[in-house]
Structures are given as C-alpha cells and as structure tokens.
Design a protein around this ligand. Structure first.
Ligand SMILES: Cc1ncc(COP(=O)(O)O)c(C=O)c1O
Length: 401
C-alpha cells in the first residue's frame, strides 16, 4: 500500500468544523426542505456590468493570454496607487510598494511563508479569519491567539498583545473592518498599535479586505499612521468591493521589503494574477465613487433588517460598523454549535457558529448579509417561531443598543 498520508503541517490544522452542518444541509435539501443559507460570506450580487465588459475586452486581447508577472501589471499597480492616494491619503510607489495577488487570501496565506522562519511566532486574532493561523502553521511557525472581545469593541487590548510577545514573535495580524464581528478600528487604535509594534520591533499585517464596506466613516489604512509605512503590509481585495470573489484578484501594499519578499515567494509557486482580471479590477476603482455608495446602501438595508429582527427576538447583538456580518450572542447556557444546529433543524436557517473562528467565538453566531433583504427578513421570521432567546435566563436588558 502506498503511504498517502498528508503532511504533518496539514494534519495539524483543525478539522473542518462545518462538515457536520454541511451533512445536515445536504440531508435537508434531499428531503426537499427549504434551506436559507446565511452562513457564507460570499456576495450574492453580480460583478458590475462595466467591469465584466472590461474583462471581456481584455480577455480577447492575445497580449493577455500569456503568463503575467508575479508582481502584477505596471498599469494596474499605477491605477491602484492613484486610488490609494485619493482614498487613504497614502502615496505608494507602485513598482516597489504594491504587488498584485490572486485574491487577498492568496497573499495572506503565503506571506508567512515569505517572512517567518520555523519556530517564529505570529499573533493572530481570536475570533478571526482562519487563514492567519493556517499560514503560520504552513511556515512551521506558531500562531499565538490573542482575544478580541465585545467589552473592548472587538479591538485587542495592547496589554493582551504585549503579554503574548516572546523573543520569537515577529508579526501581528489585525483585520478591520472585521470578520466575523463587523467591528471597525479608529485611527487612535492604530496609533497605539504602531507605537507598541515599533517598541517590540514587530511587523503589522493588516487585512483590509472589507475596507470599502462600512456604514459610517470610511476606515483608514494602517499605512496612513505615522511610523507604520516601514513595518506594515496591508492586504486588499476586490472580492467584496466589486462582488468579484470568483475572479480572484487583490493586492498587497506597504513596506517595500515585505512586498518584495511576498512577490519573490509567489514567483516560485504561482505565475501571477490573470491580466484580464487585473485590468478590469483596477479599472473598477475609477467607478468606485458611484458603485461604492450603492453597494453600501444594499448592505445597510440588510444589516438593519437583521438587527431589527434579532433585537425583536431579544438577541444581544452589537451594531457592526463595517464588513457584511452581524455577530450575535446565542442564548445563555447553550454552545454555539448546538445552537446553530438546533436553529437549522427547527427552521432550515443556516448560521455560522462563532467557534468556526476560534475558541473565543464560543457564545456567538455570525449572520452573513449575503442574501437579499427579504430572505433575511424571512429567515428571522422563521427564528421567531423558535423564540430562542426568550428563556428566563436572558433578560432583554442584556441587549447592546
Ligand atoms: C477577513 C477576510 N480576509 C480575506 C478574505 C479573502 O478574500 P479574497 O481572497 O477573496 O480577496 C476574506 C474572505 O472571506 C475575509 O473574510
């Protein structure tokens, strides 16, 4: 028998938490039951037509049929630099400080392999996007989880970060607007973070995949904070901004040596993002002043419908400032996975258990606002029949806002 065991690195990653939920979902669908899926953070809306037109045009040009460069097309990077300066007030050198990615996940997953040595440590948020920890594990480094909790607006406390620093710590991941909590970070937080990172000589890896999905003030770039430029790499995505998750396109921006390491790593494992998508996505940035407010309007209506519905059920749920998630508390005394399973079995509504994002997600569930507003309303009506929060243990006054 051949030995087909996966690597120890791969085997050490946590087993797929949602396998059981997926089995239940398939079973329900096979029985013809209606499933309302609010668990997947993948936009239901199409890529805007003008972007598709650009892509079709670029796809017909034989110049775009050949291998792209690992760093990305100079013209696309120049367009990104122009947008970045307008949007964030940060003037980047497109040749040295911007690299195109095959979706931001690709860069987030690969950066630790380009930057960390075996035995190094990376601080990662809990709850958080699982790729930060997985990237560290693949680099034979250690992900060290730090909590982000509701009492501090889902921002890390600097003392919590500091307590976790060892001589092997080299980087810290931050992600605002945040998945899964929907929290946003004010400039003051980043100022404190950068001052601390400088003292500890750490690199900041900022995941800004949701930078254009906000409900109030536009979130800043970490790169705009004094002292950040020399020690920060920021990951941006076209996926959520332009409903382009299927096209796989994003970029990294920041300290030239960090971007260069990532590009050099990529040259060894991929051959760059397809040029037609680079051309279309970079062009899309010029349409953002019109497209952005319309998109944010759609998510605002969905968010408000979800918050209204959940609060009517007495579910304690903070108001998210960005991204397209609502992060609510499950009824006291129940576990996240049990709650989500119970809701699904009783109503066909699929939510994500908070523990899918780390141990600190226990006690929470996530609603992805990636379904039409009427679907969200209907899902919450179904939950009403279940009245899960009206247990004598939970007082409505526990609700936040
Ligand atoms: C926090 C966060 N970062 C990055 C990504 C990756 O996005 P993409 O690879 O499509 O750019 C996601 C996708 O869900 C995400 O939630």
């Amino acid at each position: 028998m051949p030995n087909l065991e996966p690597s120890a690195r791969l085997s050490s990653l946590p087993r797929y938490l949602f396998a059981e939920l997926e089995r239940k979902r398939a079973e329900a669908e096979a029985q013809g039951r209606e499933v309302v899926d609010l668990s997947i953070g993948d936009p239901d809306l199409p890529t805007p037509r003008p972007i598709l037109d650009r892509m079709a045009e670029a796809a017909s040009d034989p110049a775009n049929h050949r291998y792209p460069s690992s760093a990305g097309m100079p013209a696309a990077r120049a367009q990104i630099a122009a947008w970045f300066e307008k949007r964030f007030g940060v003037a980047l050198d497109p040749k040295r400080e911007i690299g195109m990615l095959i979706g931001s996940k690709e860069g987030i997953g690969h950066f630790p392999l380009a930057f960390l040595n075996p035995g190094d440590e990376a601080l990662v948020p809990d709850p958080g996007y699982p790729v930060y920890a997985a990237g560290a594990v693949f680099a034979e480094a250690t992900p060290v989880r730090y909590p982000i909790s509701e009492s501090s607006g889902f921002l890390p406390e600097i003392r919590d970060l500091d307590r976790r620093v060892t001589p092997r710590t080299r980087m810290v991941w931050v992600n605002y607007p945040n998945n899964p909590t929907g929290a946003t970070a004010p400039r003051a937080f980043y100022e404190e973070l950068i001052a601390w990172a400088a003292k500890r000589d750490l690199v900041i890896a900022s995941d800004a995949a949701y930078s254009e999905l906000y409900y109030d003030d536009p979130p800043p770039s970490v790169l705009d904070i004094p002292g950040a430029r020399e020690r920060t790499i920021e990951f941006h995505s076209f996926s959520k901004t332009f409903n382009m998750t299927g096209w796989r396109i994003g970029f990294a921006a920041g300290a030239a040596p960090l971007v260069d390491s990532l590009v050099r790593f990529k040259a060894n494992v991929d051959s760059g993002a397809p040029q037609a998508t680079q051309i279309a996505a970079a062009w899309g940035l010029s349409a953002l002043p019109a497209h952005g407010p319309a998109l944010r309007g759609v998510y605002r209506e969905r968010r408000d419908a979800a918050l209204d519905g959940l609060r009517r059920l007495h579910c304690p749920v903070p108001t998210p400032g960005g991204a397209f998630f609502v992060w609510g508390r499950i009824p006291e005394g129940e576990r996240s996975m049990d709650f989500v399973t119970r809701v699904f079995e009783a109503t066909g509504v699929l939510l994500t258990p908070g523990t899918g994002f780390g141990d600190q997600g226990e006690g929470y569930f996530r609603v992805a606002l990636t379904a039409p507003v009427e679907v969200i309303r209907r899902a919450l009506q179904k939950l009403e029949a279940l009245t899960p929060w009206r247990s004598p243990n939970v007082s409505p006054s526990a609700a936040i806002r």
